[in-house]
Design a protein around this ligand. Sequence first.
Ligand code: BV8
Length: 253
Amino acid sequence: MNDLELQKVAKLIQSANHVAVLTGAGISAESGMATFRDPLTGMWAHFRPEDLATPDAFRRNPAVVWNWYMQRRQSAIKALPNPGHRVLAWLETKVPRLSLITQNVDNLHQSAGSSNVVELHGSIHRFKCFENHHAIPIELADASPEEPPQCPSCKSLARPDVVWFGEMLPELAMNRAIGSAQTADLFLVIGTSGVVQPAASLGITAKRNGSKVVVINPDPNAAMAGEIFLQGPSGVVLPRLAEAAWGVDQSFF
Ligand code: BV8
């Protein structure tokens, strides 16, 4: 990672009034959570995540899709927030306004202490029924890890309360995210391949509205044309950024 670029971002974050952050699966990688780019293993090895995270996949193979989510939920429960999550939670005490928007469904930002997290794609720790979106008690879901239980109200199958491909994002979450992208003076894009819409368009919206956009990712291909790029894992880059901006020791995170 280029130290000059790091110092530049440190100055931007010190002077920012409103910092907006968009995170993807990469920020949870150092917590041991698989990203969508990691090949699936075991019973799902012959599926792609994009093929499992759809209503049609659930209709065709409810038990396979359900079990994938229940396994991911167990991984998320066991996972601990990493220094990247912890720096973002700490940033709430350092900048006048911080908006945290995530594509992740693992709740690790909240576990790290972040408040008002905008969950664009829902949560793996909430469940609803497929046909009528009745809330399903988490105990009922956890009691049936292999196949989806029936909704107590209407008998349709339980599903995770996440946004699948081909489904609309929650209107309130998307409006909050767009509002933040339109008003932030600094927009951090962390741990996302930027292929999933409409989340990926938030960085462009921010740029169009005059925000400085910073991409943090170990993959150089994730860099956005003309934006500041800090190459490296977010669990390393974010503590270094906190140290460069406020002199806090990286081991604090
Ligand atoms: C929508 C569910 C309107 C929960 C997810 C045809 C029909 C319908 C829609 C479409 C269509 N064609 C295109 C679309 C739009 C579609 C889309 O974007 N498709 C893509 C594949 C092209 N979008 C939708 O369908 C959205 N809805 O458009 O509604 C509509 C409705 C009907 C008809 C038309 C339009 C819904 C999108 C939401 C899908 N659900 N999640 C779950 O299972 O998790 S998205 C899913 O993908 C996850 O949320 C995940 O976050 C995301 C993958 O993106 P990333 O987070 O970026 O993760 P990825 O693995 O890709 O990348 C990880 C990155 O981290 C990498 O860059 C890596 O280098 C980096 N990294 C690795 N280690 C680290 C790191 N970075 C930092 N530190 C590290 N240590």
